[in-house]
Design a protein. Structure first.
Length: 267
């Protein structure tokens, strides 16, 4: 289906955001399409001080696929780009269902996973529970970089001290037996990651298979130090059109805006 212009005549792009790619897409879309496209970014609201994207911003959940569909319809959304984190499976599922309900064109902007390089000592697992089960056999001082929502899986792990990195301070104690908290927001540098791991005596790293350049330095540092990495595999992506980078996503948007122009000319 060709995207339709919102009431008022301007097509509206909804970016499901929260990632560096979403920030870049909002900025580049505004620069490339100017007044010909209204850019709206949706943020989940899980961080108190998110980086503010170019254009309009909506914060908070939608209430599942039906709630998102209602929003798309009421706001006259013409196009949706799902640029959420590769592990944000629920919002991606809701986006697919909502766009299917209304026949709104949808693109998934999914950053490539990190390539496995010589020297990497990865132990790939299906989920956080499997990561928690494998960890004690690999190390006793673990660098845990999986986000606050995933920490509960490690609550019963004994004999392991955790260095936990979060973007923002938690509301209360973490559900871990023995840990130290460090705050940080990427992009990180390899030298800093190496220094942190050495200084804390880290002998295992736990990471999601997130991809992206902002947090890849921890993978490079672990490789250099010979540290095993428990790598949690991504959930399966939703079916549909995909882009590997912002440039491809911009080209997709441009093609659909041309379809709008062609429809107007034909009408």
């Amino acid at each position: 289906m060709s995207p339709q212009a919102a009431p008022g005549g301007r097509p509206r792009l909804l970016i499901l955001g929260g990632t560096a790619e979403a920030l870049a897409l909002a900025r580049e879309a505004a620069a490339r399409f100017g007044a010909g496209l209204e850019v709206i970014t949706s943020l989940a609201g899980r961080t108190a001080r998110p980086r503010r994207p170019t254009g309009a911003v909506r914060t908070g959940g939608f209430g599942g696929a039906q709630g998102l569909a209602a929003y798309l319809e009421s706001e006259g959304i013409s196009l949706v780009v799902d640029a959420t984190h590769p592990f944000a499976a629920e919002i991606s599922k809701s986006a697919r269902r909502a766009c299917d309900i209304l026949d709104v064109p949808r693109l998934t902007l999914c950053r490539p996973a990190w390539p496995r390089r010589p020297g990497d000592r990865w132990v790939q697992v299906a989920d956080m529970d499997a990561a928690a089960q494998r960890l004690p056999a690999l190390g006793r001082r673990a660098f845990l970089t999986v986000g606050a929502a995933s920490l509960e899986a490690f609550a019963d792990v004994g004999g392991v001290w955790f260095l936990v990195r979060l973007i923002e301070p938690p509301a209360g104690p973490l559900p871990l037996r023995d840990y130290e908290l460090v705050l940080g927001r990427g992009p990180f540098a390899v030298d800093d990651e190496r220094r942190l791991m050495r200084g804390q005596g880290i002998d295992a790293l736990v990471s999601k298979e997130s991809g992206g350049s902002a947090t890849e330095p921890k993978i490079a540092a672990a490789r250099e130090l010979g540290i095993p990495v428990v790598m949690v595999r991504r959930p399966a992506a939703e079916p549909g059109e995909t882009a590997a980078d912002v440039g491809q996503a911009l080209d997709w948007i441009a093609a659909r805006l041309r379809a709008v122009d062609a429809g107007r000319a034909a009408g």
